[in-house]
Structure formats: structure tokens, C-alpha cells
Design a protein around this ligand. Structure first.
Ligand SMILES: [Zn+2]
Length: 96
């Protein structure tokens, strides 16, 4: 029997890259060396992990280490989700 598992979803090309793989090129200066971010102002300790945020070693820009994309949209979406979640939570706590 091979490692064929019917319950396992098919691998996307991205899944082959390990988390320790070389991060994508910096969208600002094109550098290939970047450090993983474990905490930042908009995502706390969770956001950077969710979106594989890395920081460029040259220009200190933070970007998505998997896709090399900028974080602007992610930050906005993350803030909106956080506000909705906390707003809902706060609303329910008040009704108790
Ligand atoms: Zn850079």
C-alpha cells in the first residue's frame, strides 16, 4: 500500500514548500533574505503566523513570505475581522 490517503486533500504546489523554505522576494527592494515576524502591531502574535509575514533584512518592509505580496489588504481584512469578532463578542457580553 502506498501513501495514498483518500481523506487527504490533493497537494497544492505551495504545500510542498516547508515553512522553513526561503521566503519570497521583497516586493519593495527585491531582496531575498528576510526574517520571520513573530509579532507585529496589526496582528499581535496570531496575524503574522496566519499570513506567513516576514520582514525584509534590507529595507525592513513586512510582506507575505509565501506569495511575496504586500500586506495592505491583509491588514485591512484582519482589522475588519477583529473588529467584527470583538464587536460581536462585546454585544453578546452586554446582553448577558
Ligand atoms: Zn526589501
Amino acid at each position: 500500500m502506498t501513501d495514498l490517503n483518500p481523506y487527504r486533500p490533493p497537494n497544492a504546489p505551495l504545500d510542498h514548500a516547508s515553512p522553513e523554505a526561503v521566503p519570497a522576494t521583497c516586493p519593495k527592494c527585491g531582496a531575498t533574505s528576510a526574517t520571520k515576524v513573530s509579532f507585529n502591531w496589526w496582528g499581535g502574535a496570531l496575524g503574522p503566523r496566519l499570513f506567513s509575514v516576514v520582514k525584509c533584512n534590507q529595507c525592513k518592509t513586512q510582506y507575505n513570505g509565501k506569495t511575496g505580496g504586500k500586506l495592505t489588504k491583509i491588514i485591512v481584512a484582519y482589522q475588519v475581522i477583529a473588529i467584527v469578532v470583538f464587536g460581536t463578542l462585546f454585544y453578546y457580553l452586554r446582553t448577558l
